[in-house]
Design a protein around this ligand. Structure first.
Ligand SMILES: Cc1cc2nc3c(=O)[nH]c(=O)nc-3n(C[C@H](O)[C@H](O)[C@H](O)COP(=O)(O)O)c2cc1C
Length: 188
């Protein structure tokens, strides 16, 4: 594979993962920075990919710590690993948050299954179980009130392929419109 092929295969694997629960990149690690400047990481489902714009879309509860962290500091990193191809992807960039009621959140919500919708209908994530008196039952019943979309724009990609003899690693830089601005092999 040449550098162009590495970039293309990375983004086609990410796109494929949004439709394939078995894909190694279906679940990715979203890392943010909290108010104390500490790194925070958690697994999320990769919901949608726009290769041309270098966007990755994630759904979350707007009452969660990650939403608060990202609204104060939009810089984020996404880390993924596919065990079958032994490829690690580290994407560094920034997010835009689409709050409940925004066009993008409305559209994404309309495409969710009933079961997935129900996962947003409980008490605030992170609150002690059974301590949700502050949320009126009628608000809690409709998870849409808390449903937000995180749109992550990749500014760079660090691609690492773990091989038995000769590991390979390449880095790519993307413009704000998503064009490849730089690509080079580096020592693993
Ligand atoms: C496999 C897996 C997938 C997950 N997908 C999501 C997701 O798509 N969105 C989400 O908000 N949380 C998801 N979670 C839960 C998060 O990892 C996390 O525990 C939760 O959102 C609270 O994160 P926070 O306290 O950093 O906001 C997932 C957890 C696992 C184990």
């Amino acid at each position: 594979m040449n550098l162009g092929e590495v970039d293309a295969s990375t983004w086609s694997s990410l796109e494929a993962a949004t439709n394939d629960p078995q894909s190694g990149f279906r679940f990715i690690n979203l890392c943010s920075v909290d108010a104390a400047g500490r790194p925070q990481a958690r697994m999320v489902v990769l919901r949608r990919v726009d290769t041309a714009a270098r966007l990755l879309e994630i759904h979350t509860d707007t009452r969660s710590p990650k939403w608060l962290e990202l609204s104060h500091n939009p810089f984020a990193t996404i880390l993924g690993f596919c065990a079958s191809t032994r490829v690690q992807l580290r994407l560094v960039g920034a997010v835009r948050l689409y709050s409940p009621g925004s066009e993008l959140a409305e559209k994404a919500w309309s495409e969710l299954s009933t079961w997935t919708r129900s996962t947003y209908a409980g008490g605030p994530p992170g609150n002690e179980l059974g301590n949700d008196e502050s949320v009126p039952a009628e608000v809690e019943a409709d998870g849409k009130t808390f449903f937000g979309v995180v749109s992550f724009h990749a500014e760079s990609l660090d691609w690492f392929e773990l091989r038995s003899a000769d590991n390979r690693r390449a880095v790519f830089g993307y413009s704000h419109l998503g064009a490849v601005m730089a690509a080079r092999w580096i020592n693993p």
